[in-house]
Structures are given as structure tokens and as C-alpha cells.
Design a protein around this ligand. Structure first.
Ligand SMILES: C[S@@+](CC[C@H](N)C(=O)[O-])C[C@H]1O[C@@H](n2cnc3c(N)ncnc32)[C@H](O)[C@@H]1O
Length: 278
């Protein structure tokens, strides 16, 4: 089954977008591991795909300085409405998807990055071909993505909670692990014409103050796609089961939940080769 069949962009709400903006500091810190190796410098033109509420793009705008420019796009209007509050002379946002970058000219960007976005993209080969087109020769691409062989700890606990709450037959619907393995990613990058592909799987630690913050973060970062199919009463039962299970992760600093993201980097060859479009 492709991610197309399971992911809906219609489940997002202004409230989930606000929750994401509040809790998105976790994603922001992890995003900085992506930006460092991309060596973003003063004057660069940068595209942030799946920019969400724009916190990381705002940070990158500080790196490119007054002569650079950062553009962020995201398909969720609620998220872009918050991101727009961050706009400046060098930072702009718009509604859009990775699979359709028509609004951008060929070779417009020095750097393109996607922070915790690639697993959500339905047509990954098309998105990568589009990214290749809008990058300058020698331009850099960085992204991080879930690896289906290593689900986030919160996701594994949520699956157990759904089962404990008596909805075992529905746990697959809401907990299918999206993403790409190293092999799949390498093939996708090379297929789109990129060179110098490298990746590594990293463990990232999130500390949550309480159970409702942990659950709110999980649902906001999935724009309503993990528990959106359950009724309010069913959600309450799942939340209660989750609260019991997650106690095992309590530390003096808070609830400690590990996430696993594969960080991947590549570049467009300096002498341009355009892959054939099927
Ligand atoms: C977990 S959030 C990450 C947001 C942001 N990159 C950050 O660092 O906070 C995932 C984002 O991917 C976006 N997304 C989902 N499908 C997408 C697609 N096809 N193209 C671009 N972005 C997409 C969602 O709208 C959502 O804002």
C-alpha cells in the first residue's frame, strides 16, 4: 500500500497547527542536524519543502543573511498561516507540495531540504525529480526520513495502546510506518540524478513534560493521521492505555521517547544531467 492510500492532508485543524507550533521546538533542534552538513552560507537561495510553521526556515534565513533568500512551502494552509507571521525581506512562505515545484525556475536554488517530511510524500520519485530540476548544478539536498524498520518509540507504544484499548484489528490503519530504508533512498536519489548519496540512521531523544504533551505532539506532527479515524470516546480509551504504558519511560527530566530518523544527503552533479521523465 502506498502512503497515498493512508495519509490525508484534510485531517489538519487550526488547533493541531497551533499545537505543532508550540511543540515543534523538538523538530527544530533535530532539523539543525540537517542544516549543518548542508553548509548553508551567506547569499544562498534555499528551499524548505514541508516547512510546517516555519521555525527552521526562519533559522536558515539568519544563515543566508540579507543577500540570500529562503522560501518555505507546505500543503497545509493552517501551518502556512502561522509560518507567514515569520516572513521578512528574505523569508517567504506559500502553500505547495513537493511533487509540484512548477512555480520555481530550473536551477533556482543552492540548497533544498526537507525536515521530517519525506515519509509523508506520496510520489517520492516525482518529488526528487522536481527537486533536481530546481537545484543549481552542484546544489545540495538534505532530508531526514523515518525508516520503516525502526518505528518511533511513541508509535510502538501507541500501537500497543490501541490494542490494549480493544481496537487491535484497527491498529494497522493508524500505525503503518511510512518512510524509506537506506537501500530504497539510495535508489531513489540515484534514479533522480543525484550523486554523492550518503545516509545514517540517528536516534533522537524527545523529553515530554506529561502524557498529554506527548500525545498532542504525536498527533500534531502527523497532522491528525494517527488517531484521526477514532471517535472521541475511542480516543479517550487509547489515551488512557497510552498513559499507563508510557510510565515505563518516565525519568526525572520527563517522559523520554526516542525517535529514529535517517539523515540523507546528496548533490546535483556540477555538470547537469537531466534524468528522463517517465
Ligand atoms: C512533521 S511536519 C515537519 C514540519 C517542518 N519541516 C518542521 O521542521 O517543523 C511534516 C510536514 O510535512 C508536510 N507534508 C506532507 N506531505 C507533503 C508533501 N507532499 N509535500 C510537502 N510537504 C508535505 C506536512 O504538511 C507537514 O507540515
Amino acid at each position: 500500500m502506498s502512503s497515498h492510500d493512508v495519509i490525508s492532508l484534510e485531517r489538519d485543524t487550526p488547533e493541531l497547527a497551533r499545537t505543532y507550533e508550540q511543540a515543534g521546538i523538538l523538530q527544530f533542534h533535530h532539523g539543525k542536524f540537517l542544516i549543518g552538513p548542508l553548509a548553508v552560507k551567506s547569499g544562498d537561495r534555499v528551499l524548505d519543502i514541508g516547512a510546517g510553521t516555519g521555525r527552521l526556515a526562519e533559522f536558515v534565513a539568519g544563515l543566508v543573511g540579507p543577500d540570500g533568500r529562503v522560501t518555505g512551502i507546505d500543503p497545509l494552509e493552517n501551518r502556512i498561516a502561522i509560518a507567514r507571521l515569520r516572513e521578512s525581506n528574505t523569508l517567504a512562505f506559500g502553500v505547495g507540495r513537493a511533487e509540484d515545484l512548477q512555480r520555481f525556475a530550473p536551477a533556482e536554488f543552492d540548497v533544498v531540504y526537507l525536515n521530517s517530511v519525506f515519509h509523508w510524500i506520496a510520489d517520492k520519485p516525482r518529488a526528487l525529480r522536481e527537486i533536481h530540476r530546481v537545484l543549481k548544478p552542484g546544489g545540495r539536498l538534505g532530508l531526514n526520513v523515518q525508516d520503516p524498520s525502526k518505528p518511533h518509540e511513541s508509535r510502538s507504544l501507541l500501537r500497543q495502546a490501541i490494542e490494549l484499548a480493544g481496537f487491535a484489528e484497527r491498529s494497522g490503519e493508524s500505525n503503518r510506518v511510512l518512510g524509506a530504508t537506506d537501500e530504497e533512498l539510495g535508489a531513489l536519489f540515484i534514479g533522480a540524478g543525484f550523486v554523492d548519496y550518503r545516509s545514517d540512521l540517528r536516534t533522537l531523544v524527545d523529553l515530554h513534560g506529561d502524557v498529554s504533551t506527548a500525545l498532542g505532539w504525536s498527533e500534531a506532527s502527523a497532522f491528525g493521521n494517527f488517531l484521526g479515524a477514532f471517535s472521541a470516546a475511542e480516543r479517550e480509551a487509547i489515551d488512557r492505555a497510552f498513559a499507563v504504558l508510557v510510565e515505563a519511560n518516565r525519568t526525572p527530566e520527563g517522559l523520554r521517547l526516542e525517535r529514529y530518523l535517517r539523515f540523507a544527503f546528496a548533490r546535483k552533479p556540477a555538470s547537469q544531467t537531466i534524468p528522463s521523465v517517465s
